[in-house]
Design a protein around this ligand. Sequence first.
Ligand code: SF4
Length: 460
Amino acid sequence: MNTHNITHPEAASEFLRNKERVQWHDETLWFVRYKRDKVVNEIPEWEQLRELASQIKDHTLSRLDEYLQEFEAAAISNGVTVHWAADAAEHNRIVHGIMAKHGAQKIVKSKSMLTEECHLNEYLEAQGIEVVDTDLGERIVQLNKEMPSHIVLPAIHIKKEEVGEIFHQHLGTEKGASDPLYLALAAREHLRQKFLAADIAITGVNFAVAETGAIVVCTNEGNADLGAHLAKVHIACMGIEKLIPRTEHLSVFLRLLARNATGQNITAYSSHFRKPAAGSEMHIVIVDNGRTTQLGREAFRNSLKCIRCGACLNTCPVYRRSGGHSYHNATAGPIGAILAPNLDMRKNADLPFASTLCGSCTDVCPVKIDIHNQLYQWRQVLTKEGYVPAAKTASMKVMAGVLSSPARYTFAGKWARKLLRWFPSLAMNKKLNPWARQRDLPEPPKESFREWYKKNSREL
Ligand code: SF4
């Protein structure tokens, strides 16, 4: 699905065409949110954990340069080769360079949103290299030639019957089969062959510990471990913001991550990688790709604290009812809408507006990112920089003028009530007013509340 050239509202209307899917998507993600709430409420010190995690990340970001150097030195002394990539293109070139050095043609990859952000699969496939995503959800979307629609649940938009059809076409499972166990076993057999044949394994990184140079990868399927242990070369790709200072800090984040993501106490695998096994190689590619720019934007700096739990997506009423692909970016939902404009303001100017600013995302964030405030602030930056459609900017200016003066507000209200009654099509023109496409106009009141109150206040 090519979502590069369409805006969030346009892509969302595509998703909204299938009402049954929208309902089910909404309910499924709300169920994940409910599971999260249940398990979170079992931890009396939850709020202290959030506060601690937020402070650790704030502190790390304030000394990121020092911790990056500490991490690099420790990793090198462990026998790991460390690479630095300024942007996505350099990241892809480095990974390809390692592959070329080993004459590698097949790689297995466990879930890594960074490699999605860098479009690594497309890059390597263009060089004739086979890339197999081994996380089950990622493999489903990869076979279906789609992007992940969620950072934790990449195939959440696809029903099991559809997975059955995808597997029938690509893996030769029985036509019409949709039993999850049958499909999971078929995927397991298929992926096992890929693991055994791979020259190189790529993993993401959930946490990188500065003091030891170790990385931690959290999965529920053990695919990161299997890939990294079977292949002779392990490449771990991480953004610069994945650092935490000390091993003891891990306990804070591991307690928060899975509980907040899916309502599990902990992920099935929290794998620690520190050095290459005898006869093997381990590489870590540390990527900036716009992160230092975000670090320099004071209002948006703390978005780099994100641990990618996905809870802000699950709770967001807009995400749940517009689907992840409507965000036309590797990272969807509220956090994606903050990160994406930093990478490309023009292309992603629509995303901070895909929010009701209800604040539910901020409430559930385990590292206390003020997500809805940042969405609001991005709107102001984008408007100032001229990336918002002129009609919207002009109408907002008119509204500001009306709402800032009681006299203008009263005058405008009087005429709006009259005009809406006489010419309802003015407001409900579906071409001029996108809001009208999904809504009916209520009967305009004959008088304002103030007028009504003046008449009736004595009787009240
Ligand atoms: S912004 Fe917060 S809630 Fe959203 S994915 Fe990141 S850590 Fe989770």
